[in-house]
Design a protein around this ligand. Structure first.
Ligand code: KG4
Ligand code: ZN
Length: 350
């Protein structure tokens, strides 16, 4: 089965072709083309929804053509069309979603509306030899920080979430405060590599509380109060380079400590022996290394997507579409996009 996926929920226009070959696991990612709008939105310090949607419409035809060419397939060979239906920016979602529906209608093939979060959640399994297995999922993106007990496709139980900012949002907001470019995660990550994480004592909110929720908003407040102590002007541009790197290292480590601590607690609680981590923050170099070390010591199998599949991409949408199509779960063409889309098959929090 050949599935074409389209992603346009935020500032990446992406198309991917994923093929399941009988008797083979995992499926083959024939192409995964991403056209990022980050340089454009960087000028404004964040994503401008109107600009995002206009650019999706101009970029999509070229991205679609390139994805088909790279895969060496024609549109007539596609068995199902999948696209992100939410959560995300409504005007941005509409572009990819409408294109996928139009292609499905023209080709007389089924359409699958995919939840963006489910795309991230399942992304570590795109390249996993054993396919999708029951596991604990930690999703760390710009919009979400979630712990989910996954028993199988469409069998999800939320067990933890951020009560305020998502982990990626915390990176982005602290970076903005430090006058670093958007998106902040990679900028903080880069500087943290040259910094001393122990120089600044930053808070790890809720880390030792007896539940699986997160809170990251206190981190930006802590940085806000730290800045004037480091430079009389309070202007981050007056910090010497080493101080900036030390601050970035401190912020990165505070976020990592909380994520790993809560994930380990959740593993104990759910008795899962497999941890899958996904979303844009999961390409953080130190998070990956420290997770690998902790999981090795605890004899937990850690599944991480390759870096290219951590931030927004369409391979994860095509893959989720493939799993649903395989189960005969298709969506009518009048399925609306939903900026606050809930995960189908998810049970309420325990
Ligand atoms: O999953 P994603 O591409 O989009 C959402 O669905 O939100 O995640 C984007 C987030 C941004 O907040 C970005 O700052 C963060 O992922 N991010 C990182 C890194 N690369 C991207 N955070 C920390 N370290 C990184 N290397
Ligand atoms: Zn995402």
């Amino acid at each position: 089965m050949l599935v074409l996926g389209i992603e346009s929920s935020c500032d990446e226009t992406a198309v991917s072709l994923v093929e399941e070959v009988a008797g083979e696991t995992p499926p083959r990612v024939l192409s995964s083309v991403i056209s990022t709008q980050i340089p454009l939105h960087r000028l404004y310090g964040g994503v401008i929804p109107e600009l995002a949607s206009r650019n999706h419409s101009t970029n999509l035809p070229g991205v679609l053509r390139e994805a088909l060419e790279k895969a060496g397939r024609s549109i007539h060979e596609v068995d199902a069309f999948a696209s992100t239906a939410g959560p995300g920016l409504v005007a941005a979602l509409l572009v990819g979603n409408t294109a996928a529906k139009a292609l499905a209608l023209a080709a007389g093939k089924p359409f699958v509306a995919v939840n963006h979060l489910e795309g991230h959640m399942l992304s570590p399994f795109i390249t996993h030899e054993a396919g999708l297995v029951p596991h604990l999922s930690l999703v760390v993106s710009g919009g979400h920080t979630l712990l989910i007990d996954v028993q199988g496709c469409s069998n999800y139980k939320f067990i933890g979430r951020s009560r305020d900012d998502a982990a990626g949002e915390a990176f982005d907001k602290v970076a903005k405060m430090l006058d670093l470019p958007y998106p902040g995660g990679p900028e903080i990550d880069k500087r943290a590599e040259r910094g001393d994480a122990s120089r600044f004592k930053l808070p790890r909110p809720m880390m030792h509380e007896d539940h699986l929720d997160f809170s990251f908003s206190g981190l930006k407040t802590a940085v806000l109060y730290t800045l004037p102590k480091l430079t009389p002007s309070g202007n981050p541009n007056d910090l010497d380079e080493q101080t900036m790197c030390d601050l970035c290292a401190g912020v990165r480590q505070a976020i990592i400590d909380v994520l790993i601590h809560k994930a380990m607690r959740a593993l104990k609680q759910t008795k899962h022996r497999v941890l899958a981590v996904s979303g844009g923050v999961s390409c953080n170099s130190a998070l990956r290394t420290q997770l690998q070390e902790r999981c090795r010591r605890a004899r937990i199998e850690l599944i991480l997507p390759p870096n290219s599949l951590t931030t927004d991409n369409a391979a994860m949408i095509a893959f989720a579409g493939l799993l649903h199509a395989r189960a005969g779960e298709f969506s009518p063409l009048n399925t609306p996009v939903d900026p606050n889309m809930k995960l189908a098959g998810a049970q309420a929090r325990v």
